[in-house]
Design a protein around this ligand. Structure first.
Ligand SMILES: *Cc1c(COP(=O)(O)O)cnc(C)c1O
Length: 424
């Protein structure tokens, strides 16, 4: 179901014409649909309820996809936990009302202060990515007289067949521990004070559009659980990560019911608690980035639409060659003249390009455009490059919309700079 589309010639998010948001908050501006977020989360929840009971799974929303507190809160109220990758995200998730017992902490480079926070807060699980990290967790937990519940994130050496920069499950990646080395590490974990090594975690990549790599990874994880148990380990949790893809252009994303059926067939026979960590498939299609067309530049070989959003606001096209459809907020008549344009931002980099050789209805400066499927890895990856302020974010619910993050002012952007005395 989609909550973003044209009504009476105007692009709407739920029952709000996007134009109204641009008028009130200016451009560029991120807009998210509460109904779409809820619907996406509900799809996972329903699929999991279809295969098991509520106490047997936790859906930990991957906050890095979109870490706005209002969004974490909305999902938390529906029963979501949080997958966090820094203390910053953990802090946001706590502030947004997520309970420690629904929080998992992942990432290859968690530092001592971050691990201490996780251990002191008794979070659900810390996903360990290396032996030295495991040793540090044990040392901290022991000192604090705590038992840290850990899962070792294994690398199943499965190619997710997605973009190289978002593949994480092959043996060449920095993520996880080679699945073959895992049994020895669990044996060590069991011998260390302060650790409860009761989970196995896996996450093979992002934007997967095929279920086959998931199936392969789940099978390898299930085998590992059996091996570990045979060695006397207590394994009661399996964390299957995130990675389910969405439609940007013409991809057909996996059916979540079929994804759940894989879990039912491969993982549930192990009688474990299942953790899922979806990010993109919750937030991605729930958001758009509204941008204003400033200039049309007619080059020798090309026509450029110069818009006011840029790669610092939305990095995916320049970083991953990602394609995001761009729709005019005023629907073009069906017979409108078609023109080829490149859509580019104001930043001084050639890679500041949203679309190359796109076909659009003939455009006029001042047009409002919507960069679609920008809800995940959009705002959360944005930066101040070119001293551009971070953007405001708006949450739409039915016919109302609320500011959920103030846009920065340029004063905010430069406020942390310090001029040494000798330069004044
Ligand atoms: C990024 C990440 C996720 C979320 O991935 P999506 O593709 O957004 O679903 C989940 N788990 C881990 C460990 C991650 O690094």
């Amino acid at each position: 179901m989609s909550f973003i589309g044209y009504k009476n010639g105007k692009l709407h998010m739920e029952n709000v014409p996007l134009e109204q948001i641009a008028e009130k908050h200016g451009t560029p501006v991120y807009c998210y649909s509460a109904e779409q977020l809820a619907d996406n989360f509900h799809t996972y929840q329903k699929a999991m309820r279809g295969i098991t009971s509520d106490d047997k799974f936790t859906i930990c929303y991957a906050c890095k996809a979109n870490s706005n507190q209002a969004i974490i809160r909305l999902l938390g109220r529906m029963g979501a936990g949080a997958d966090v990758v820094s203390y910053g995200e953990m802090y946001r998730a706590f502030k947004a009302g997520i309970k420690a017992k629904k929080m998992v902490f992942a990432g290859v480079g968690k530092n001592e202060a971050e691990l201490l926070k996780a251990i002191k807060n008794d979070i659900l699980q810390i996903n360990v990515e290396s032996e030295p990290e495991m040793n540090l967790i044990a040392a901290i937990a022991h000192k604090e007289s705590k038992q840290a519940t850990i899962a070792i994130r294994v690398n199943p050496d499965v190619d997710a067949k997605t973009h190289a920069k978002i593949t994480t499950g092959t043996s060449e990646n920095k993520f996880g521990i080679d699945i073959k080395a895992a049994p020895a590490l669990y044996a060590k974990a069991k011998s260390l004070p302060g650790l409860s090594p009761t989970g196995v975690a896996v996450h093979i990549g992002s934007q997967l559009t095929d279920l086959a790599p998931f199936e392969e990874a789940f099978k390898r994880v299930a085998e590992l659980v059996t091996t570990l148990r045979a060695q006397g380990n207590t394994i009661n949790t399996v964390d299957l990560g995130g990675g389910v893809g969405i439609t940007y252009k013409d991809e057909t994303p996996p059916d979540i019911t079929k994804y759940a059926a894989l879990i039912r067939d491969i993982i549930l026979p192990l009688n474990v608690h299942v953790i899922l960590e979806p990010g993109r498939s919750i937030a991605g299609n729930a958001g758009v980035l509204l941008t204003r067309l400033m200039y049309i530049k007619e080059g020798q070989a090309k026509k450029f639409l110069i818009v006011d959003a840029a790669m610092n606001d939305m990095m995916r096209p320049s970083m991953y060659d990602a394609y995001h459809p761009i729709l005019p907020c005023n629907e073009a008549p069906p017979k409108a003249e078609k023109v080829q344009y490149d859509v580019v931002g104001p930043v001084c980099e050639s890679s500041d390009t949203f679309i190359t050789d796109g076909t659009f209805p003939k455009m006029e400066p001042g047009a409002l455009l919507s960069i679609m499927a920008s809800g995940a890895y959009g705002a959360s990856m944005s930066s101040n490059y070119n001293s551009r302020p971070l953007l405001p974010e708006v949450l739409v619910s039915d016919d109302q919309f609320d500011l959920i993050r103030k846009g920065q002012k340029i004063e905010d952007v430069i406020a942390a700079d310090i001029i040494p005395e000798w330069l004044t």
